[in-house]
Design a protein around this ligand. Structure first.
Ligand SMILES: [Zn+2]
Length: 469
């Protein structure tokens, strides 16, 4: 009996007619987050620091988590070292070729270049914008499933995202860490993770190098690595609630969850689950495993997909497992198993027919606690959010002798001062991205702006600086 092919009303009629003991519709639910956890966190690292390989890699390994490492092609990252991280399941992603503002048109070419050097399961599917400013959004979305900005709050957005991610996938926010960032201590990280556990949301962190480590070109805003170590330790202790996974993996999960239809039907002691979506773009195959639970009365179950065995667990009248959408029928069978006893009334409320994504998305998080042990083990797949962006940072840039001497700082009488900018255009933006001053460099030093307390971005020629008043 294949209810899936009937309109819903007909399927219900058919189920009632057949009655208990024949074929049933089964409740099936897709988790909001992998492992039915309550929130998600992504750790991202920019500029390809040697310490990302030598220090971050081993630290993540200690806790079994994976991060996202954004490389600048022309800065000669340790390709074999980062390939090693990719082999361990970390995500390697693009941070452009040259680290110029607005990607310098390098959306596609940097992807191709990194792809030529790094082999990884899901390909190069996310990009972090150099200096935080958003390039051509359509060029980004033709090549990546995520374009990452810096703090959302620098653009009048939220720093954290909800369960459905950002409103614009070309503007996924990540909170800056380290000496110039908002997050410095373990507590700073854990309070953000606690927030998303409460809100069922997603938070991303943006780290450059580490204090006292070998950072190469990643000199901006060094972070105390022990703060991140403490954050990962907290995550491990709260693994039933928080899903730590690379940015691209979380993005795939959200997009698949929103687009997928899940249906289950039972016959005898066997339940067949269909999990499909029709997302199509040229960037990703969207084959990241989704976490499901299906009503099941047995005490034992074997779960297979396209004949291959999946890890599963039974808890509270449900069988839990992770499965890949569009990868074939999922079959649940087991001795003494079989469909949960259901009245026809419960059949009516079930999701046997191809459901709208809204129906499927009623994934509750109330099961997070009971399903956690499963979630962790099953995610060897991965144990594991905005106008033109103006916000920027004084990140390290490729050495260009003509640019080396430009400096931006705050004077003791509270002016933004630009030095050695002879002839170069100077633009000052406030924290909302509005231009508050444009001028040209006069050489030596000049006071360019004074105003309200806050963070300002100063563009001098092609370089971008961040400074506070
Ligand atoms: Zn950078």
């Amino acid at each position: 009996m294949e209810f899936k092919t009937f309109p819903k009303a007909m399927a219900i009629t058919a189920a009632i007619t057949l009655g208990v003991g024949f074929s049933f519709a089964q409740d099936v639910e897709i988790a909001t987050w992998a492992g039915f956890r309550k929130g998600a966190a992504s750790f991202t690292f920019d500029d390809g620091a040697p310490s990302h390989v030598s220090d971050a890699g081993p630290m993540f390994k200690k806790y079994g988590y994976k991060g996202t490492f954004n490389l600048v092609v022309n800065w000669n990252p340790n390709w074999s070292g980062f390939q090693g991280l990719a082999d361990e399941g970390h995500e390697i992603a693009s941070h452009s070729n040259s680290h110029g503002n607005n990607m310098s048109g390098e959306e596609a070419s940097s992807k191709t270049n990194i792809k030529g050097k790094i082999n990884q399961k899901y390909g190069i599917i996310t990009v972090a914008y150099p200096n935080c400013n958003v390039p051509n959004e359509s060029a980004v979305l033709q090549n990546y499933i995520v374009g990452r900005i810096c703090n959302g709050s620098w653009q009048g957005m939220s720093d954290n995202m909800g369960k459905d991610g950002p409103s614009n996938w070309a503007k996924v926010p990540a909170i800056m860490t380290g000496s110039e960032g908002q997050l410095k201590s373990t507590n700073d990280f854990t309070s953000q993770m606690q927030k998303v556990v409460q809100s069922n949301g997603w938070v991303a962190f943006l780290t450059h190098g580490f204090q006292g480590k070998s950072n190469g070109s990643a000199t901006y805003s060094p972070t105390d690595i022990s703060a991140i170590d403490g954050a990962l330790k907290w995550a491990q202790q709260n693994d039933k609630d928080i899903w730590v996974a690379p940015m691209g993996h979380v993005a795939m999960y959200i997009k698949e969850r929103k687009a997928s239809q899940a249906s289950a039907s039972a016959s005898g002691s066997t339940v067949t689950v269909k999990l499909t979506h029709n997302i199509k773009d040229n960037v990703s195959d969207y084959d990241y495993p989704l976490s499901l639970k299906v009503k099941y009365s047995g005490s034992k179950a074997e779960v297979t997909q396209a004949g291959a065995k999946l890890e599963s667990k039974i808890d509270g009248g449900y069988v839990y497992f992770d499965a890949v959408p569009n990868a074939g029928d999922i079959v649940i069978s087991g001795e003494g198993g079989g469909p949960a006893p259901e009245s026809s009334a419960s059949v009516e409320s079930s999701a046997s027919v191809p459901t709208s994504s809204a129906t499927v998305e009623r994934s509750s998080n109330s099961f997070g606690r009971s399903s956690n042990s499963f979630g962790r083990s099953s995610n060897s797949f991965g144990t594991s959010s905005s106008g033109t962006a103006i916000t920027s940072s004084t990140e390290a840039l490729p050495e260009d002798p003509s640019l080396l001497s430009v400096a931006v700082f705050k004077s003791s009488d509270n002016y933004i001062v630009v030095a050695n900018a002879q002839g170069k255009p100077i633009t000052v933006f406030n924290s909302l991205g509005h231009v508050v001053r444009t001028t040209r460099g006069l050489g030596c030093q000049q006071k360019v702006y004074t105003g309200a307390k806050g963070m300002y971005i100063v563009k001098v020629g092609s370089r971008t600086f961040k400074t506070a008043l």
